[in-house]
Write a protein that binds this ligand. Structure first.
Ligand code: GRF
Length: 194
């Protein structure tokens, strides 16, 4: 058996607001023998986010940030990132926009997954927009977070076919499946360059 001693594991924090299927998927990948990262912290702006159940199940530290005041909230988040020696932040369905100041402090170390082929369809309702515009393809994108919404440098993308009889749910499901393949791959690529 090759020794694994000496392989550095990067500490990642995953930010969520809802279901947390991408979070769960990243946790699964982190538990693989040769994984280069561990999920050390989960941040949620919603106390009732379903994804928080993974924190309990996998005994991962979680922090709920109420976002009543952006500055205070971001200060708390930043402290958590520093205290937990976080190397990289992965946004996964986090429904808050991070301030320019916050992004600067963690420059080049925040990535996000978005359910469209950016630069097309930034923001919300991406599947609805793709269907309404009769797109043949939609997909998902992992990108660096910059101060402009869904506009940072693209790391990886995956195309997904949009069918004539698609509805939002069907398309969302098909794309989410691909998100689960894409995010760990993109994360690997980012970690190599950290
Ligand atoms: C995903 O579609 C992701 O691309 C978007 O929000 C959704 C989060 O899903 N940013 P989940 O909470 O990871 O299941």
């Amino acid at each position: 058996m090759p020794k694994l001693i000496g392989i550095k594991k990067y500490n990642i924090a995953v930010f969520i607001s809802g279901n947390g299927s991408n979070l769960r998927n990243l946790i699964n990948h982190s538990l693989k023998k040769r994984s280069k990262f561990r999920v050390s912290l989960i941040i949620s702006n919603k106390a009732k986010a379903k994804g928080l159940e993974h924190a309990k199940r996998f005994k991962i530290k979680k922090k709920i940030i109420n976002y009543l005041n952006i500055k205070n909230s971001e200060r708390k988040i930043l402290n958590e990132l520093i205290n937990n020696k976080i190397d990289l932040v992965c946004l996964a369905g986090f429904m808050r926009i991070l301030s320019r100041e916050f992004i600067k402090k963690f420059k080049g170390k925040i990535i996000n997954i978005h359910p469209s082929l950016l630069p097309k369809y930034k923001g919300l309702q991406t599947h609805r927009k793709a269907i309404n515009n009769s797109e043949k393809f939609s997909g998902c994108t992992v990108h660096y977070v910059s101060s402009k919404l869904d506009s940072g440098k693209i790391i990886m993308q995956k195309k997904v076919r949009v069918y004539k009889n698609d509805n939002i749910n069907k398309l969302a499901k098909r794309i989410l499946k691909q998100e689960h393949l894409l995010y760990p791959k993109a994360l690997k690529k980012v970690i190599i360059n950290l």
